[in-house]
Design a protein around this ligand. Structure first.
Ligand code: PSU
Ligand code: MN
Length: 296
C-alpha cells in the first residue's frame, strides 16, 4: 500500500482528510465527466481546508491519495470493480481496480481515515438475491459514510431493513425521509435526523469511546434543483431493468449497466444529478471531518 505524502502528513498532524471511492468515477460516470468531477471534488476539499484521499488499486498497488495522473491511468486501464472481498485478488494478481464503497471504507479504516464521501451506497437489488457488500462492510468498519441514500434502482425498503439488521447507524441530514436518487426522497421514514455536521462528529466520537464497531451512514438528499421526478425515473429504470434481464446481465455488471442506460435515456440529466449530489456530499463530509478533528 502507498499513502500519498500529504495524506500521511495530515493524518499524523490530526488534520481533516476525506476518503473518496473510484468506482463511481471509473464505472458510474462516463469520460470525461468522471475526470472533471475528480477535479471538482479536489477543489471542494482543498477550499475547505481538507485533504482529499481518492482510493484505488493501480496494477496491484493500493493507493490512498491518488493523483490526477494516477486516476487517469486507473480509468484508462479498464479497472475491475471491487468490493472488500476482492482486494486480495486485485493486489496478488497485479490488477488495476476501482474500489466500491465497501473496499474504500475498509482501506480508509486500515489507514485511519474516519470520513468518506460517495454518491450512493449499494444495497438490496430487486428480484433474485443480490445484496451489496457495502452494508456488511459498514457493519464492521467504523467510518462516517456520507451518501445520498441509495439509487432508486434498488429495493429501497429492503435496503433500509438490511441496514438495520447489520446495525448501521443511519441518520438523515436535515431530512426525515430516507433519500434516494435521482428523485430526492423516498416514502420511507427515517427514525433519526441531524441538523448540523457537529452532531455527526459527536456521535462518531462517542461511538469510538464505546469501542463500537460499524459505520454511521449520513443520508444527505440530492439538492432539490437537480432531482428528477419519480414517474420519469421509474420509467427509465423499468426500461433499463427489462434490458438487463433480456441480455442476461447480472451481478456487479448490473449497477454500471443501469447507470449508463438511464443516463442515455434521460439525455444526460441523471449524470448531472449524480455529479451534483456527489459534490454536495463531499462538502458535507468536509464539514464533518473538520468538526471531528476539532474534537480531538
Ligand atoms: N452509486 C452511484 N454510482 C456508483 C455506485 C454507487 O451513483 O457507481 C457504486 C458504488 O461504488 C457502490 C457500488 O459501492 O456501486 C455498489 O455496487 P453493487 O451494487 O454491485 O454492490
Ligand atoms: Mn451485487
Amino acid at each position: 500500500m502507498r499513502i500519498s505524502r500529504e495524506v500521511t502528513e495530515s493524518l499524523e498532524k490530526g488534520l481533516p482528510v476525506v476518503a473518496l471511492e473510484t468506482t463511481v468515477l471509473a464505472h458510474g460516470l462516463p469520460h470525461p465527466q468522471n475526470l472533471e468531477l475528480a477535479r471538482e471534488i479536489d477543489e471542494i476539499c482543498r477550499s475547505n481546508g481538507v485533504v482529499p484521499a481518492p482510493i484505488g488499486i493501480l496494477r496491484g498497488e493500493i493507493i490512498v491519495g491518488m493523483s490526477f495522473e494516477e486516476l487517469n491511468i486507473l480509468i484508462s486501464d479498464e479497472p475491475l470493480k471491487i468490493g472488500t472481498r476482492e482486494i486480495p485478488y486485485a493486489v496478488a494478481m497485479k490488477k488495476s481496480a476501482a474500489t466500491t464503497v465497501s473496499a474504500t471504507v475498509r482501506i480508509a479504516k486500515i489507514v485511519g481515515i474516519d470520513v468518506f464521501a460517495t454518491g450512493g451506497i449499494g444495497g438490496v437489488h430487486p428480484g433474485d438475491w443480490d445484496v451489496s457488500q457495502d452494508i456488511t462492510e459498514m457493519c464492521k468498519s467504523a467510518c462516517i459514510v456520507v451518501s445520498s441514500g441509495c439509487k432508486s434502482i434498488l429495493d429501497v425498503r429492503k435496503t433500509i431493513e438490511f441496514l438495520e439488521t447489520f446495525q448501521v447507524t443511519v441518520v438523515g441530514y436535515k431530512t426525515k425521509k430516507f433519500p434516494i436518487f435521482y428523485e430526492g426522497l423516498s416514502d420511507y421514514d427515517l427514525d433519526y435526523t441531524v441538523e448540523h455536521p457537529e452532531e455527526v462528529a459527536t456521535m462518531f466520537k462517542l461511538k469510538r469511546e464505546l469501542a463500537m464497531e460499524g459505520s454511521i451512514l449520513v443520508a444527505n438528499p440530492i439538492p432539490s434543483e437537480y432531482a428528477i421526478s419519480e414517474s420519469e425515473v421509474q420509467a427509465l429504470i423499468n426500461t433499463a431493468l427489462t434490458e438487463c434481464f433480456e441480455r442476461g446481465i447480472t451481478g456487479k455488471a448490473v449497477t454500471p449497466y443501469l447507470l449508463s442506460r438511464v443516463a442515455e435515456l434521460s439525455g444526460g440529466r441523471t449524470i448531472k444529478a449524480n455529479v451534483e449530489l456527489i459534490k454536495n456530499n463531499v462538502k458535507l463530509a468536509c464539514e464533518i471531518a473538520k468538526e471531528l478533528t476539532e474534537m480531538r
